[in-house]
Design a protein around this ligand. Structure first.
Ligand code: SAM
Length: 301
């Protein structure tokens, strides 16, 4: 499962399956008593994948930790939903969702009229998504363009070929993406976003901090996962993938600082503060309860 420069994946494999895990979390949130948002399509993806043989492994080792992670994903999803809704309210009618996975914002958010939503991800991930949504007669709530390209390749060219217009302001998002990119590809990504962003553009990012990439935290996480995998095997469950092997554990550029230096006005909210804001607080008696991230909301002046 280790990474290579040109690796590709289907929805149930390696990096692709991480999109399924997020969809499963969104399906669970949608069915909760007081959900932060409704994603009526998420459960269709899980069902289709299970039908295709995906054994739906739970990556979290104990119920308290699993609940904390679910609360994190719910808060994160709500943050990006609110970001796009506010961008539309400010007149932005061009959106690009980087590494869209099984995100259904193009189908479920109240886009302003005339909006185009571009989604970038690997070809098989976007094919699976479109097929499942079509099977359930889901219709996009904006003009929709799937841009099937690897974000380590020349994605700006593919985006332009699909009609993207760099002369008008864009609302961008990068959610659940950065650890799956090498550090150099992450740097290139933000340079390209900056070049393609007209003044007035907005960018939302889940940025991972130093602790996330530290050897100490990785060792703790791998130890917990090893125990979870042993427990799963003992209980006759599926072989759990080790998600840490999909990440590039390399020192990263500080995204908030980098954007600020280039004329973006950036607001940063830590994961813990975001969860408290949405009344889904992270447990304070757990080591590493949620990933060390900040959610950035940036505005190009
Ligand atoms: C954890 S999922 C998050 C999906 C989505 N952003 C969400 O929050 O629902 C990670 C996604 O990143 C995509 N991804 C990772 N590396 C990529 C790359 N180099 N090019 C295109 N997509 C990539 C995967 O295919 C997957 O859909």
């Amino acid at each position: 499962m280790s990474r290579t420069d040109d690796d590709t994946w289907d929805i149930t494999e390696g990096v692709g399956a991480t999109a399924l895990s997020v969809a499963r979390a969104r399906a669970t949130e949608t069915g909760a008593e007081c959900p932060l948002y409704l994603d009526p399509y998420a459960h269709f993806f899980v069902e289709a994948a299970v039908e295709a043989g995906w054994r739906s492994p739970f990556l979290d080792e104990d119920p308290v930790r699993a609940q904390a992670m679910a609360a994190y994903i719910a808060s994160r999803t709500k943050f990006f939903d609110d970001f796009f809704t506010a961008a539309g309210a400010n007149g932005l009618d061009q959106a690009v969702i980087l590494a869209a996975g099984l995100d259904t914002r193009a189908w479920r958010l109240p886009w302003i009229s005339g909006t185009t939503v571009y989604e970038i991800d690997q070809p098989k991930v976007l094919e699976f998504k479109e097929r499942v949504l079509a099977e359930h007669q889901a219709k996009p709530a904006a003009r929709y363009a799937a841009v099937a390209v690897d974000l380590r390749h020349d994605w700006p060219k593919a985006l332009r070929q699909n009609g993207f217009d760099p002369s008008i302001p864009t609302a961008w998002s990068a959610e659940g993406l950065l650890p799956y990119l090498p550090a150099a590809a992450q740097d290139a990504l933000f340079q390209q976003i900056d070049q393609l962003s007209a003044p007035g553009s907005r960018l939302s990012v889940e940025a991972f901090g130093e602790t996330f990439y530290s050897a100490e935290q990785l060792a703790r996480r791998q130890e917990r996962m090893a125990q979870a995998r042993r427990d799963a095997v003992a209980a006759g469950g599926p072989e759990l993938p080790d998600v840490t092997r999909l990440w590039y554990m390399e020192a990263r550029t500080d995204v908030e600082k980098w954007l600020t230096e280039r004329g973006w006005e950036v607001t940063a909210t830590s994961a813990v503060d975001l969860m408290a804001h949405y009344k889904r607080p992270a447990p304070d008696d757990l080591e590493d309860p949620v990933p060390d991230t900040v959610l950035l909301d940036a505005h190009k002046l």
